[in-house]
Design a protein around this ligand. Structure first.
Ligand SMILES: *Cc1c(COP(=O)(O)O)cnc(C)c1O
Length: 459
């Protein structure tokens, strides 16, 4: 029997709950809140045991069908999951440390970052619900490095959908930029003379601008609920591969906008036996401070660190995390109602890792464990080491640290630290020779609006 469709409410509680289809299309709620599921399906011990023998696409199907009922039928969802997840999800044992430490490598997709997992599923959901619709959909997305390419690749060539990517000119690596600017077709890219937060501010203003009402705008940023749900899947997958007899696991999640982290929190709230989720940030330490003190001060401008996809001074998914724990935070970071900090501290443990520690971890992981990390995954593993220093007993537990990108995306850093060139996966090969196309934008809103009207307004 099909479960009753779940509805999605806004974290600002200013609008009525909507269907998943609407939440996907709107991206953000009209009251500027973020959509959250009204209830969470549960994963029982029996469900989890049953998933242990399933492949990744099958696990994805079993987890996601509980959310998508009423939007996509099961046969179709299953086909979409197989189509989206056609690559490996390695769980690599880390030898020479705690006995049961694993690295979950989420870097085998077409753009070699974990963002492929969500972007590919969401693109397929959107393509499915828009099939046959005459009005073009324009997806605006701001990226600090990896979202843009994951989204652009996921939607590349999807009929009826256009993609507009804004990226901070000075904050993305050459390879990250080329992954977005060499596509063409339905993908246009704009380099902004500013920071990621400026890109995000431009996009947010466009969504709220009545002058753009003739354009059907949507987002694919981690604020879209479609970007969140698929990120619960790999936690379930890792658990069902590695855990013995219902034991709890510790996950360490390198975090910027907290989308990946929210995936783990959803999995926890669905019943996955997680004893602690470690939130590892770079020097943008607004959340570790918040968990410690209960006071939230966003960091403006965000600090520039090696793990550039995590240079976020005010994570857009924080409002969701606060919401899960009974609080309310608006989109500006204003705490309207305090969350249950005691419950948060029981489930979550947060630590900030600076660039020096990040580099030291890349070196140590290689020298002691023969593991090649890139800066984001190194923040995650460094966070886990710090947790074990503070909680020595946890070293006997099942521990999984998330590696969110492929080391070959950061060749200069890896070469400088380890003296080796990480082998380039096929997904990244050949980029150097492809021609790039992108415009430049300032941080002023009006030219951006005019450009959107010029390109998409008259349709
Ligand atoms: C985006 C990204 C992150 C941060 O993920 P959030 O969901 O924004 O917290 C971490 N690592 C890499 C490689 C990324 O691209």
């Amino acid at each position: 029997m099909d479960p009753e469709p779940i509805r999605y409410y806004s974290t600002n509680h200013g609008v009525e709950p909507v269907t998943l289809r609407e939440a996907l299309l709107f991206g953000q709620a009209a009251d500027r809140g973020l959509f959250m599921p009204e209830r969470l399906p549960t994963l029982t011990a029996a469900d989890l045991a049953g998933l242990a023998s399933r492949t990744y696409p099958q696990v994805a199907f079993e987890v996601l069908r509980r959310f998508t009922a009423g939007m996509v039928d099961d046969a179709c969802l299953e086909a979409l999951c197989h189509d989206a997840y056609s690559y490996d999800v390695p769980l690599e044992k880390v030898a020479g440390g705690p006995t049961r430490l694993y690295l979950m490598r989420l870097d085998q997709g077409p753009t070699a970052s974990f963002k492929d997992f969500a972007a590919r599923m969401m693109a397929r959901w959107m393509g499915h619900i828009l099939a046959g619709d005459p009005q073009e959909l324009v997806i605006l997305t701001a990226t600090s490095g990896d979202t843009g390419s994951a989204v652009a690749h996921a939607y590349y060539g999807v009929p009826g959908i256009r993609i507009v990517v804004l990226f901070p000119l000075e904050e993305v690596s050459n390879r990250q930029r080329k992954q977005m600017t060499t596509l063409g077709k339905n993908v246009t890219t704009h380099g902004v003379d500013g920071k990621f937060d400026d890109c995000q501010a431009l996009v947010k203003r466009a969504f709220a601008d009545p002058a753009l009402s003739s354009i059907r705008l949507s987002s694919a940023n981690s604020i879209n609920i479609g970007r969140l749900l698929p990120q619960a899947v790999y936690y379930v997958y890792a658990y069902t591969r590695l855990a013995r007899g219902g034991e709890p696991v510790v996950f360490s999640v390198p975090s910027g906008n907290f989308g990946d982290l929210m995936g783990s929190v959803l999995a926890l709230r669905m019943g996955l036996p997680i004893s602690r989720i470690l939130i590892a940030t770079n020097s943008n330490d607004e959340v570790p401070k918040f968990l410690e003190t209960g006071r939230y001060d966003k960091i403006v401008p965000s600090r520039v660190c090696l793990s550039n996809a995590m240079n976020v001074g005010h994570p857009s998914n924080l409002a969701r995390l606060v919401d899960v724990y009974g609080g309310q935070m608006d989109e500006t970071g204003d705490l309207k109602r305090a969350p249950d900090l005691t419950a948060m501290r029981r489930d979550l443990w947060s630590v900030s890792i600076d660039d020096a520690q990040t580099r030291a971890t890349i070196k140590q992981a290689y020298e002691r464990h023969r593991v090649v990390l890139e800066p984001h995954g190194a923040v995650g593993l460094a966070g886990l080491w710090r947790y074990l220093e503070a909680h020595p007993d946890a070293a006997r537990q099942l521990l999984v640290s998330v590696e969110t990108a492929h080391p070959a995306k950061f060749p200069e850093e890896i070469q400088a630290l380890l003296g080796l060139d990480p082998p380039v996966p096929p997904a990244l090969a050949g980029l150097e020779d492809k021609p790039e196309h992108y415009d430049r934008l300032t941080t002023h809103y009006e030219p951006f609006r005019d450009l959107l009207l010029r390109d998409f307004g008259g349709r």
